[in-house]
Design a protein around this ligand. Structure first.
Ligand code: AP5
Ligand code: MG
Ligand code: ZN
Length: 214
């Protein structure tokens, strides 16, 4: 299964990606997670990406596309993958199509998680993330069992630098201008599924699996 998860910042892409990739046993490719890992490790890519991320802006297309292309050519992606947070511009989507065509494969489904703006702000503000394994929590909706400690790996749970109110608003604005046009792009290709992301985490997952025919 080759899948793309589309949705505004804080919609629940990362949360659902973890569930979906567990079920299908496919790799979870999150460009945001790749950038955060590089920022943490202080790589050249991390230094380049951090400036854009902290402002809530997109990292330039050519940087992101090159990373995703390399990742998709790795062995573990041969039977499927889930892209989370990529593509994010029409240009990225077109370039993804060319990369996949060269590999003689195509996207099966694009899952669009639909959530209202007020809900997005609430979700991003309460989000906490594990510094070691990237697991995602929410202070109200999905608290860690022991405050500040990851249930899965015991790592430190922290708040993302770009989850401040101002940066979240900027990210939503960027989503509306740059990423929302992809809904139209993929509906034309007739492989778009839209899911009501206002429901609880389990119900959203159930709807995604039902829409995928599982
Ligand atoms: P990225 O990390 O992709 O951030 P994003 O798209 O803004 O999305 P988020 O990760 O914020 O939200 P999510 O949808 O994953 O929600 P989550 O599951 O965590 O990108 C960060 C930055 O990197 C970008 O701003 C950009 O600079 C750069 N970047 C990345 N990809 C790029 C690209 N392709 N091109 C250019 N630049 C790129 O859930 C949010 C919270 O809500 C959590 O606390 C969760 O527990 C909770 N929650 C989830 N679902 C529910 C539910 N149903 N009910 C209640 N709570 C819920
Ligand atoms: Mg995410
Ligand atoms: Zn962890």
């Amino acid at each position: 299964m080759r899948l793309v998860l589309l949705g505004p910042p804080g919609a629940g892409k990362g949360t659902q990606a973890a569930n979906i990739t567990d079920s299908y046993k496919i790799p979870h490719i999150s460009t945001g997670d790749i950038f955060r890992k590089n920022v943490k490790e202080g790589t050249e890519l991390g230094k380049k990406a951090k400036g854009y991320m902290d402002k809530g802006e997109l990292v330039p297309d050519e940087v992101v596309v090159a990373i995703v292309e390399d990742r998709l050519k790795e062995e573990d992606c041969s039977d499927g993958f889930l892209l989370d947070g990529f593509p994010r511009t029409v240009n990225q989507a077109e370039q993804l199509d060319s990369v996949l065509a060269e590999m003689d494969v195509a996207i099966d489904k694009v899952i669009n998680i639909d959530v209202r703006k007020d809900t997005l702000v609430e979700r991003a503000a309460g989000r906490r993330v594990c510094r070691s394994c990237g697991a995602t929590y929410h202070v109200m909706f999905k608290p860690a069992q022991k405050k500040g400690i990851c249930d899965l790996c015991g790592g430190e749970v922290y708040q993302r630098d770009d989850d401040t109110e101002d940066t979240v608003s900027k990210r939503i604005e960027v989503y509306i201008n740059e990423t929302q046009p992809l809904i139209e792009y993929y509906s034309r290709k007739q492989n778009l599924i839209t899911i009501d992301g206002e429901q609880n985490i389990q119900k959203v997952f159930k709807d995604i699996m039902a829409a995928l025919g599982v």
